[in-house]
Design a protein around this ligand. Structure first.
Ligand SMILES: Cc1cc2nc3c(=O)[nH]c(=O)nc-3n(C[C@H](O)[C@H](O)[C@H](O)COP(=O)(O)OP(=O)(O)OC[C@H]3O[C@@H](n4cnc5c(N)ncnc54)[C@H](O)[C@@H]3O)c2cc1C
Length: 404
């Protein structure tokens, strides 16, 4: 293992047991950093994030919620969220990749009921491949419940979608992309559907690399693409149902979980700084009080995440017992609030930590640098705009009456 003096201590850990000896996926993710064989200070953010993803693949955590028959570990949402938090603490970019990929995995596992989708799911799980998201589209902004692109039929009988996507993450790792598109029904009406497009059958036209402020460990690009697929690649349920029941709640929960990991890293760095660099006295006492207020915010994040996981589990139980299976109005509003509030708390925690450490946190490198968490945190409010989510909640507020 390469060790450098600049490697932050909270990203190092004691030598872990070999992965094969550990059956608890959360424990595996907790000791991930120590199994990497590389340190973040020695690599750029992309290379480090890729190393984390490679280790997750080796540990077979990339399809953790899949059943054992598919090579998964049957991880619950709580376990998956804890894994996302542990990955996010190590690398925001790997954490975001893990969270977004997991919402695609959960979608395939729950809604991929055609023989073709089951076959693709088994193959991707067996190879521990990542699944990317192709829901946003140029011309509709972040309103993912709308699509402009429409499925066409080619002379060969193949189905084709041509889409202009403003951004797709980690295409370099993806074996498939879940793409939204409109489908013209036999009666002429249009309905929005979800397609599992295999990357091997996609023609990609990458757009310009504008560079993102944060999450620099992820290949983020706009793409124009043609995706060819067969009928069985279209999910039988309409996309609005899939989004409401699975994709949206899972991605909000897992984003919030990974953000809690980024926040934890900022807090750990601050604790280390205060412990090592500040002499006891009035200044240190004030700093400790301020740090404790930041820890309060982190606890709020964790409580909100647990609430939404409880909602997810309740809906899952209802689904298993044959009830509707959706989250319902109240839970849907709550999971949107989770995203809005946690994205803001993450920024408050990172900025508060910057204020406490000062210049050495503002530095790009060094043992107390918070450059990466600060930049990564900025993506949180943009990924499905907080304004858009708040607007949606504001429209249903009069139907909600939530108490303790
Ligand atoms: C790091 C990162 C990774 C991403 N990865 C992917 C990916 O893999 N796949 C993918 O499909 N997409 C991805 N996206 C795109 C993302 O999902 C959204 O589509 C995109 O961030 C929304 O873009 P927008 O802000 O331009 O659009 P919009 O949501 O249209 O917002 C534009 C502006 O309008 C405002 N606005 C919008 N609606 C309202 C409203 N109702 N009330 C008031 N103001 C409003 C917004 O606040 C914003 O200022 C990623 C984004 C980021 C930041």
């Amino acid at each position: 293992m390469i060790m450098t003096s600049e490697a932050p201590a909270e990203r190092q850990a004691a030598a872990p047991p070999p992965a094969s000896a550990v059956s608890d996926p959360v424990e595996l993710s907790r000791t991930l950093g120590a199994r990497l064989g590389v340190e973040p200070a020695g690599l750029d953010e992309k290379a480090f994030s890729d190393a984390v993803l490679a280790q997750l693949r080796t540990d077979r955590l990339l399809w953790a919620p899949a059943p054992a028959a598919l090579g998964g570990l049957g991880a619950s949402m709580l376990e998956t969220a804890r894994i996302a938090a542990n990955v996010g603490r190590l690398s925001g970019s790997a954490g975001l990749t893990y969270a977004m990929h997991m919402s695609q995995v959960l979608t395939l596992l729950r809604h991929g009921t055609t023989p073709f989708l089951q076959d693709v799911t088994a193959r991707l799980a067996g190879e521990q491949r990542l699944v990317a998201s192709g829901t946003s589209e140029k011309g509709i902004g972040g309103d993912v419940l709308t699509s402009i692109c429409t499925i066409e039929e080619e002379a060969s009988g193949d189905l084709l979608v041509t889409k202009q996507s403003p951004n797709i993450s980690y295409m370099d790792h993806a074996g498939a992309v879940l793409v939204t598109a409109m489908r013209v029904l036999p009666d002429g009406r249009k309905s929005q559907v979800l397609i599992a497009a295999e990357t091997a059958r996609m023609e990609l036209r990458p757009g310009p690399d504008v560079g993102f402020i944060g999450m620099r460990g992820i290949l983020n690009r706009p793409y124009g693409f043609d995706a060819r697929f067969e009928e069985g690649a279209i999910f039988p349920e309409g996309y609005p149902i899939i989004a409401r029941e699975t994709m949206t709640p899972s991605v909000h929960i897992l984003w919030a979980a990974l953000w809690s990991g980024i926040a934890k890293r900022a807090l750990d760095t601050t604790k280390r700084y205060l412990g090592k660099e500040l002499k006891d006295g009035e200044e240190a006492a004030l700093a400790r009080i301020e740090l404790s207020r930041l820890v309060d915010k982190h606890h709020t994040m964790l409580a909100l995440i647990r609430d939404s996981i409880a909602d997810w589990s309740a809906a899952e139980a209802e689904r298993a017992s044959g009830a509707a299976g959706g989250l319902g109005l109240e839970r849907t509003a709550r999971v949107k609030r989770l995203k809005i509030v946690c994205s803001e708390l993450l920024q408050e925690i990172c900025h508060g930590a910057l204020g406490l450490i000062g210049l050495r946190a503002y530095a790009e490198r060094g043992p107390y640098s918070l450059s990466e968490p600060l930049r990564d945190a900025m993506s949180a409010r943009v990924m499905i705009s907080n304004f858009r989510l708040t607007d949606a909640n504001a429209k249903i507020e009069r139907f909600l009456d939530v108490g303790l």
